[in-house]
Design a protein around this ligand. Sequence first.
Ligand SMILES: O=c1ccn([C@@H]2O[C@H](COP(=O)(O)O)[C@@H](O)[C@H]2O)c(=O)[nH]1
Length: 276
Amino acid sequence: MSRSSLIAQIKEKKSFLCVGLDTDITKIPEFLKEYPDPVFEFNKRIIDATADLCVAYKPNAAFYESRGVKGLQSLIDTYKYIPKNILSIIDAKRGDIGNTSDMYARAFFDEEASGMGFDAITVTPYMGNDSVTPYLKFEGKWIILLALTSSVGSKDFQYLGTPEGTLYEAVIKKANTWAGADRLMFVVGATKSTEFTDIRKYAPDNFLLVPGVGAQGGSLEEVCKYGITKECGLLVNSSRGIIYASNGEDFAEAARAEALKLQQQMQAELEKAGVI
Ligand SMILES: O=c1ccn([C@@H]2O[C@H](COP(=O)(O)O)[C@@H](O)[C@H]2O)c(=O)[nH]1
């Protein structure tokens, strides 16, 4: 999906919500266990209940890979079920030498080879240029590079000083020489809202994928205060806060209600920032 289509979708839906499909088979409602693939059935109903309120879905690969072949099939079926006009992000956080990155890119981007053709993938920057550029060979696909994560452990490395500033600043500056803002996004945790002003100095146009609202305690209002741009520039993710809003028969309605709350707050923020 192109940047212009993403922005058009944000304006149309008045939303920059990304719904995280971190589907844990031990947490889904009991009655779904009767279905041949309970995880896919859960995702399908979440997607049906939220597709008009969000602009992206983000399955986290770990939740599927942890279930072996069955999990991979759930992931492939989920990818295929995500409407094509909604950005599909695989949160895989890959990073390796060039020829291995080629294979990761093929695994998640080349639908003919693997059954999956996600629009975007999360990648770790640690191994540098040759570990990141293989993904760019896939025309029209996005790389979402980890910059400043929502984790408590982000302080262990990401704030360390380098000649280019903190490590996360160095990542943003360098990566922006590898690709433009039409192919490259950064992950910045919602728990780091005060750093957004600094990040916008080096990434004025890049979309930022922002996890950490809801279950991790980040504030949507704070993120927007420092991070929103004239073209929005934000995709704010919530996983557990939406998909596990209820674990009864009403789970999809409860998920929709949580997504709607976020969409309404996002609409207000988009209006305040003059995006819509
Ligand atoms: O810095 C990061 C990078 C990725 N994540 C991922 O986002 C979701 C957050 O889930 P919630 O349930 O909404 O907390 C999850 O897939 C993480 O692996 C992150 O949280 N922080």
